[in-house]
Design a protein. Structure first.
Length: 324
């Protein structure tokens, strides 16, 4: 029997969460679905994650040519940065990508340029590596309500803008769960509590955050009465259909609070810092209601990157709103 890997977690229904190792443990997941001896990845992490994904295949006794599909939920680098490099090791796989994101994975020059301008070349290499392109002949564009036949298992794609316009989510009827990328927010396992289970928060990272579109996307997924959600950040959330509805309500309530905060802050040099502080207060209050007993300092340290990116996303949304 192949060795069990600590970073591969079986979730049932042939689904495995692979901790990609990005940023910190239990932060970034790729999902490996196995059906009738065939395999598919949903999200990939970065280039540095690819050895773990290939090791996950080995641990399950799956050959490289058993992988039929690689499916990034959207093209942000923590979800799709490793797609091109991974595809080089998977000779039978096709890349299934949102039509608005395909060109960036075929030719990732703009993705790399954008990341380099934001983070600098050294940090991009450390966090992501050099993203490589995918042969256009191996790319399959998703469409809203498209059903993909994966070894007899139906995977349905929904166009789910709000976090990004190039985002789709994947409905797996077998598990009655959605692979949600970032559309259904972030749910870190460290914030689970015995009283309430999982906690969740929105992610409004730059540059395409649209709260109205995000609300519609979340409500559309909830209308399927999912029994669980498979989040890239992080892993499975939701104990049953009722619990997923609770998470959806919590997600949308915090999004409303975030938007209200952004709208009432003056547009001045202090706005970014005020957004970061205010977002922290919103989530701390929510976590205390949830029963989380971690110290404020530890919570804010864990959310530091998310607070920074969400503040940027809200600020860009405000500017775009003024131009409309």
């Amino acid at each position: 029997m192949p060795d069990r890997l600590s970073f591969v977690q079986p979730l049932g229904h042939g689904i495995h969460a692979v901790d990609t190792g990005f940023h910190r443990p239990n932060f970034d997941a790729a999902f490996l679905i196995v059906e009738n001896g065939r395999a598919a990845f949903v999200d990939t992490g970065t280039n540095h994650s690819v050895p773990r994904l290939l090791a996950a295949l080995d641990s399950l006794g799956l050959a490289r040519d058993a992988v039929d599909f690689v499916i990034p939920t959207h093209v942000h680098l923590d979800h799709a940065g490793g797609a091109g490099l991974l595809m080089r090791s998977l000779p039978a796989a096709r890349l299934v990508v949102h039509p608005l994101g395909a060109r960036h994975l075929i030719d990732p020059a703009r993705l790399m340029d954008s990341a380099t301008r934001v983070y600098g070349p050294e940090e991009v290499e450390r966090s992501y590596g050099t993203v490589v392109g995918v042969d256009p002949a191996r790319v399959l564009l998703s469409a809203d309500d498209m059903v993909l036949d994966f070894a007899g298992r139906a995977l349905k794609f929904l166009d789910t803008p709000g976090h990004a316009r190039h985002h789709h989510c994947i409905w797996d009827e077998r598990s009655r769960g959605f692979f949600t990328g970032d559309t259904f927010g972030l749910s870190y396992r460290e914030f689970d509590t015995p009283e309430h289970g999982a906690w969740i928060m929105p992610t409004s990272t730059p540059i395409q955050f649209d709260p109205l579109a995000l609300r519609r996307s979340v409500q559309r997924m909830l209308a399927h009465a999912p029994a669980c959600m498979y989040l890239t950040h992080y892993s499975r959330a939701g104990q049953d259909a009722r619990d997923v509805q609770r998470l959806g309500a919590l997600l949308l309530a915090q999004m409303d609070a975030m938007v209200a905060l952004a709208l009432r802050l003056p547009d001045d040099a202090e706005r970014h810092a005020a957004l970061v502080r205010g977002l922290g207060e919103i989530h701390l209050k929510s976590l205390r209601t949830h029963g989380c007993t971690l110290p404020d300092e530890q919570i804010l340290a864990m959310l530091d990157l998310d607070l920074e990116l969400n503040a940027q996303g809200l600020a860009i949304w405000l500017k775009r709103r003024l131009l409309q």
